[in-house]
Design a protein around this ligand. Structure first.
Ligand code: ATP
Length: 365
């Protein structure tokens, strides 16, 4: 099977606002039919990158090509892109049908074609039957669907979405995440989503670019990002993680040995991306996700384990975060335990043990 063709190619992109550098040396390739997210904290440059792809701003340096064609000097309405904004910009004085048909106006199509395309677009976003509703009589989720239908009806090659769900409440946002993902699969259009919400990016994307300070830190699938983050900064941004200070004490036969706080000597396979030269002379930590640790009352008969005291717990319903204070480390180690059938509960002050598999430890700088 051949890899899907590149839909968007961004090369050495730079954007300055006066003396401020909003994007620096950004290169990335977004594939045809991909659901791609730009994820990062506020101010990292993700909206700027989206606006450059849309053509609302021109880069200071570097190039953007869509479908193999350079976008230099091409205005937004001549690009094969369409944008859906956070504040779903729909016309309050128009009904649903007219809002969705609006984008087709300048194409001067026969009325029958407009009617059938509007009907199809409303079907895709599940708004059939609401054609005559005024925009002011719609819920937030319905308004966002109108905005999506209005963008999709123009059949763009690329749909650019700038925090499209952030104005919705949590339950509706989660529902719309699933719907948007299903919709993207069914229409096959390349989606580029800007979000600062890691759960949203993980749940919806084929691949994610994580950005900090105008630069791309890592581009990977959700699973790779979570399980093999490229740096401590990426690991800290995506989900919870314990960081144990460590020193590299030796390498041999494809393994690296570390001396780490709290857990002592460990041996880790130096697989792909774990080249020992990455760590030379750097401040190293071993990252371990709370759910990759196990908490138990008794010391296990075999395998690595450390003893500690339970100093706190946070109950999340499906799981509980336990905070365990251990010798040799100032902050407690966080262990996540699922609250499934037969799950054991631990009370504050209890003596407990933590165990792990070496594969759960990720060396990071
Ligand atoms: P958020 O999640 O808060 O929207 P973001 O990652 O999308 O953040 P951008 O909107 O891309 O961030 O902004 C990146 C940086 O560039 C910010 O520091 C912002 O203040 C700055 N910036 C963006 N647009 C302009 C502009 N027109 N003039 C000057 N500075 C700008």
């Amino acid at each position: 099977m051949t890899a899907p063709a590149a839909m968007i190619e961004v090369t050495d992109l730079r954007k300055e606002f006066g003396s401020f550098v909003a994007l620096d040396d950004v290169s990335l390739e977004i594939r045809e039919g991909e659901f791609f997210s730009l994820l990062g904290p506020s101010g990292c440059g993700k909206t700027t990158l989206l606006r450059l792809i849309a053509g609302f701003q021109e880069p200071t340096a570097g190039t953007i090509a869509i479908s193999g064609e350079s976008m230099a000097g091409v205005p937004p309405n001549k690009r094969p892109t369409n944008m859906v904004f956070q504040s779903y910009a729909i016309f309050p004085h128009l009904d649903v049908r007219s809002n969705v048909a609006y984008g087709l106006k300048r194409l001067k199509l026969p009325p029958e074609e407009v009617a059938s395309r509007v009907a199809r677009a409303l079907e895709i976003v599940d708004l059939k039957g609401l054609e005559s509703r005024q925009a002011t009589q719609l819920s937030g989720g319905q308004r966002q669907r109108v905005a999506l239908a209005r963008a999709l009806i123009l059949k763009p090659k690329v749909l650019l979405l700038d925090e499209p769900l952030s104005a919705l409440d949590k339950a509706l946002r989660e529902l719309m995440q699933v719907e948007l993902r299903t919709l993207q699969r069914s229409v096959g259009i390349t989606f580029v989503l800007v979000t600062h919400d890691q759960h949203e990016a993980l749940a919806m994307s084929d691949r994610i670019a994580v950005m900090f300070g105008g630069r791309i830190a890592q581009v990977a699938t959700p699973r790779e990002l979570y399980e093999a983050p490229a740096s401590r900064q990426v690991a800290a941004f995506i989900g919870g993680m314990n960081f144990l200070n460590a020193d590299l004490t030796g390498t041999a036969n494809g393994t690296m040995r570390f001396a780490a706080e709290a857990i002592g000597e460990v041996e880790i396979q130096s697989g792909a991306g774990c080249d020992p030269s990455r760590f030379a002379g750097k401040k190293i930590v071993l990252g371990v996700r709370p759910e990759r640790l196990r908490i138990m009352a008794d010391k296990p008969l075999e395998g690595a384990a450390i003893g500690g005291t339970l100093t706190g717990a946070t109950y999340f319903g499906e799981s509980t975060y336990y905070y365990v204070t251990v010798p040799g480390r100032a902050q407690p180690i966080i262990v996540s335990a699922a609250n499934g059938n037969g799950a054991q509960n631990f009370s504050e002050g209890a003596a407990v043990h933590i165990t792990w598999d070496a594969a759960a430890l990720v060396p990071l700088v």
